[in-house]
Design a protein around this ligand. Structure first.
Ligand code: AMP
Length: 192
């Protein structure tokens, strides 16, 4: 049973690579951004609040994302492992994830860090904005998302190191296929 967390700054390729990895390993791909966008599409009051946060590049509260994600995970039938894309994004989320997986008797997931320089990320996201239709793919919001990543999400790497949880870093530059191959090698080596 393989559990992965695909981790990296906005635009590092988490969504694209997760889809390939989910297919390769036969595991479930769960994107918390997608779960939130589904909630927004429902046009509910909660959806409007979520959209206001997402469109400014801010994180939704830990409590809310934890409830949405764990409800989703608990609803999975025939569990074979999963890849979480976009979660955890704060230390609190990482701590709750560890607690929840411990409670279920599941292995602590491997944190797979995709490393890409910020100038390249900005270029990729501005390029993506032409087709993504995402309200958060504009220069100002992207800058805020980078800021939040550095301040709130990146410390999760040190947290994993400090507690000796499994972690692998992959250079996320190059063609999509090359990166997929590097990811598979890194994951196979670190998930035994
Ligand atoms: P993503 O699709 O992963 O780029 O996420 C898009 C946006 O959804 C983020 O910029 C946040 O506003 C929100 N979001 C996604 N995942 C989380 C999370 N784990 N915690 C808080 N907010 C999140």
């Amino acid at each position: 049973m393989l559990n992965l967390l695909i981790f990296g700054a906005p635009g590092s390729g988490k969504g694209t690579q997760s889809k390939f990895l989910a297919r390769h390993y036969g595991i479930e791909h769960i994107s918390t951004g997608d779960l939130l966008r589904e909630e927004v599409a429902k046009d509910s009051e909660m959806g409007h609040e979520i959209e206001a946060l997402i469109s400014r590049g801010n994180l939704v509260p830990d409590e809310l994302i934890l409830r949405i994600l764990f409800d989703h995970i608990n609803g999975i039938k025939d569990y074979k492992g999963l890849i979480l894309d976009g979660f955890p994004r704060t230390i609190v989320q990482a701590e709750e994830l560890v607690k929840e997986f411990d409670k279920k008797g599941w292995k602590i997931p491997l944190l797979v860090v995709l490393e890409v320089p910020e100038e390249e990320l900005m270029e990729r996201l501005l390029e993506r904005s032409k087709v993504s239709g995402r309200t958060d793919d504009n220069r100002e919001t992207i800058s805020n998302r980078f800021h939040i990543y550095r301040n709130q999400s990146e410390p999760i790497i040190s947290y994993f190191k400090e507690y000796g949880y499994p972690l692998v870093s992959i250079n996320g530059e190059g063609s999509i296929e090359e990166i997929t191959q590097k990811l598979i090698q890194g994951i196979d080596k670190n998930s035994k």
